[in-house]
Design a protein. Structure first.
Lengths: 445, 268
């Protein structure tokens, strides 16, 4: 127990350290938000002031109705995400002046000082050429120079590092006791690397030099691709597909699973909820099952479903069916129990039969709750299908991003995540529209 | 016999904690066809329970209700109900709400339409037929409730504080409407209310009930409902007997309330 606690404490400490490191960025971001607000407020004051009711309120702090989403803030916020993203990836969409400093690329040199076994010192120059990934590897003949230490040439790819076997061409070498004492006139040791301006030179355990060109502030493509490369990937994957499966196929497989799974879940869940809401026997029978199954995250069922049904469509549809089932059953149940008894009484005393009351009172009265449940269930199903595809699938957006991650095609991973977000948002918007259209009386009872 | 007989009704039920409540004890009352009865009493006197028993939503533990000679055993279209609020079907238009009863009976559309249109004219909602009920004000909603109940042509109309949630001005207008409808349709009406003024104005017969156990305390026969039909209700209130009866009933109810308070202090 003590071991677990101390392990967890250690994890917590590491977490706090990471948060502390992220703090300046966070503070900077908040500063940008406040700055943009100040600037925008100033700009708006120069324009014609609004004269609606809300603008006349003197108390707005704490008045929730006076707080409406500021469209300008939304636009700036989204634009800023792309600007930051573009700036730290060197995007072509952004003029170069907005780019964060990139990695060093080009030619430069530094000087090292060798001391031989007798204490004699000599200097030699290392000519460095840093090239971009994919570019031709530069080569260059350098003159040996004077003294027992000879000049060297080094070609290194940006973001990589390279060892310099400096004594290969020198008149003395490490096995004779020669060693490097300084770089660019500054003392160097194993614990004390030297920054030469365009990179960093370190002394290895074996006495060789290790050169690492400066990385600048930008993210390497493999960590975070530029927005334009994500966009061009979208175009190319849309046209050609990824790993012989088109994007449309990936997307339609995922959507197919969600829609079929949700539909089956609703088909069983709604009558189940009605039965639970209308009969105490059914309520008692299914309450323990539903209340137990509801808190079990559908993702936890993935291994079992794979064992039982394999990785084909059946397994995933069963999973989504289960994800939707309990939500829909609970929604329908509370829709039925939420009916005002005076409505039922009124219908009875107007001569309605049980079937008529079910058809004309209980079902329409429960529709708003069922729609709310359907929105939740669709969201959960969408999340679950992606996760299930990450674990095991042949096609689907989840499968696409997990396959891309294995080949370090980060731009496809990012594109997939954005598509997943857009589709999830689109589903919710469609459900809300349907709700407005089909149950306009929601919340008006 | 034609009319409503409330014959020796008692209602006693057990509580989960082992105690029991005697909500009504030996309540008897005969209502002739076309009579307008208002029921008044402090909270807990069992007036809503009585109404629910008459409607058939509750089974009494003693006695029985007879309507036109037949024993009442459950809710039915011969006893219409008007509730305080929230009993309209907000998924239906005003027209469909009013025509709900005839629709359930399968009345032909044309006949139903004519009937609904007529009733909406009577309650003054001819311009709101196609509106959704949640678009109407509280007073208009209660007009829809009245029209819906009348459209089904019940023998008895039961009203459970139908005007309780309305503001004072709307309430007065609606009181006039209730009187008008009573006279025009000749229905038997039982109206439960908290308001002494309303009970006086809308009660041809007025029943004051007493609590613990719920029972009939006193019955009045009053002229005000008859006077109020088609007249200005404020004029009716100037009747010399009106203020006198109001004071008498208010004193009665205050005494009951004080007795309840005293009793609960004793037991505390």
């Amino acid at each position: 127990m003590g071991q677990i606690l101390s392990d967890l404490g250690g994890e917590l400490f590491v977490l706090f350290v990471s948060i502390a490191q992220a703090l300046p960025a966070l503070v900077g971001y908040i500063a940008i938000i406040l700055l943009a607000m100040t600037v925008w407020r100033f700009v708006r004051r120069q324009m014609t002031p609004k004269a609606d009711y809300t603008s006349l309120k003197t108390v707005t702090f704490g008045d929730e109705s006076a707080v409406v989403s500021d469209k300008a803030a939304s636009v700036i916020s989204i634009a800023l995400i792309f600007v930051i993203w573009g700036a730290f990836t060197g995007s072509n969409w952004l003029p170069g002046m907005f780019h964060a400093p990139g990695p060093f690329v080009g030619d430069s040199s530094f000087v090292y000082t060798v001391e031989d076994a007798n204490g004699n010192q000599d200097e030699a120059t290392v000519f460095v050429s840093v090239f971009e990934k994919g570019a031709e590897v530069p080569s260059q003949e350098v003159a040996a120079g004077t003294g027992f230490a000879k000049d060297d040439f080094l070609a290194v790819q940006a973001y990589r590092s390279k060892l310099i076997l400096w004594d290969k061409n020198d008149e003395t070498n490490r096995s004779e006791g020669a060693k490097i004492v300084s770089v660019d006139g500054r003392a160097i040791s194993k614990d004390n690397a030297v920054d030469v301006g365009f990179g960093r030179v370190a002394l290895t355990d074996k006495g060789t030099l290790n050169f690492e060109p400066g990385k600048g502030w930008q993210m390497e493509n493999i960590w975070l691709p530029a927005p334009d490369s994500v966009a061009s990937r979208l175009v190319s994957v849309w046209a050609e597909g990824y790993q012989n499966v088109t994007l449309a196929e990936h997307l339609s497989f995922s959507l197919f699973r969600v829609i079929v799974g949700f539909f089956l879940g609703a088909l069983v869940g709604i009558p189940l909820g009605y039965a639970m809401g209308l009969s105490d026997w059914f309520r008692g029978w299914f309450d323990p099952i539903v209340e137990f199954m509801r808190p079990v995250p559908p993702l936890a069922l993935i291994p079992l479903v794979i064992i039982w049904a394999g990785i084909g469509e059946q397994g995933k549809i069963i999973l989504l069916f289960l994800a939707a089932l309990w939500i829909m059953a609970i929604g329908a149940r509370s829709g039925v129990s939420g009916v005002k008894i005076s409505k039922v009484h009124a219908a009875y005393s107007l001569g309605a039969s049980k079937v008529q009351i079910l058809r004309h009172v209980i079902i329409p009265n429960s529709l708003p709750e069922i729609f709310t449940a359907a929105r939740v269930a669709m969201g959960v199903c969408w999340g679950t299908v992606v996760a299930a595809e990450l674990v095991a699938a042949e096609k689907g957006v989840g499968k696409m991003i997990v396959a891309a991650s294995k080949f370090q095609d980060t731009d496809i991973v990012l594109m997939g995540i954005i598509l997943i977000g857009i589709i999830g948002f689109g589903i919710d918007v469609l459900m809300r529209l349907a709700e407005k259209w089909l149950v306009p009386w929601k919340g008006k009872g | 016999m034609s009319g409503l007989e409330i014959d020796n009704i008692s209602m006693r039920f057990e509580l989960p904690n082992g105690g029991a409540v005697q909500a009504l004890k030996d309540v008897s009352l005969d209502l002739k066809k076309g009579e307008l009865l208002s029921v008044l009493g402090p909270s807990g006197c069992g007036k809503t329970t009585l109404l629910n028993i008459v409607a058939g939503f509750l089974a009494p533990t003693g006695g029985e209700i007879r309507l036109n000679g037949g024993t009442v055993s459950g809710p039915s279209a011969d006893r219409g109900m008007v509730f305080q609020q929230g009993a309209l079907f907000e998924w239906m238009s005003v027209r469909d709400n009013v025509g709900f009863g005839p629709s359930m009976k399968g009345m032909p559309t044309a006949e139903k339409r004519e009937k609904v249109d007529h009733l909406l004219d009577v309650v003054g909602l001819q311009d709101f037929k196609e509106k959704a009920v949640y678009e109407l004000s509280g007073g208009m909603q209660q007009r829809v409730s009245l029209a819906r109940c009348l459209c089904n042509e019940p023998d008895v109309i039961l009203m459970d504080e139908p005007l309780g949630a309305l503001d004072a001005l709307t309430r007065e207008k609606m009181q006039g409407l209730v009187l008008k409808l009573w006279k025009e349709t000749g229905k038997t009406i039982i109206l439960i209310t908290h308001s002494v003024e309303e009970a006086l104005l809308l009660g041809e017969r007025l029943l004051v009930m007493a609590p613990r156990p719920g029972r009939i305390h006193k019955e009045y026969r009053l002229p005000f409902a008859e006077l109020g039909v088609g007249a200005d209700l404020r004029e009716v209130k100037k009747h010399p007997d009106y203020a006198k009866t109001r004071e008498e009933i208010l004193t009665m109810i205050w005494d009951m309330e004080e007795e309840i308070m005293g009793r609960s202090e004793e037991s505390a």
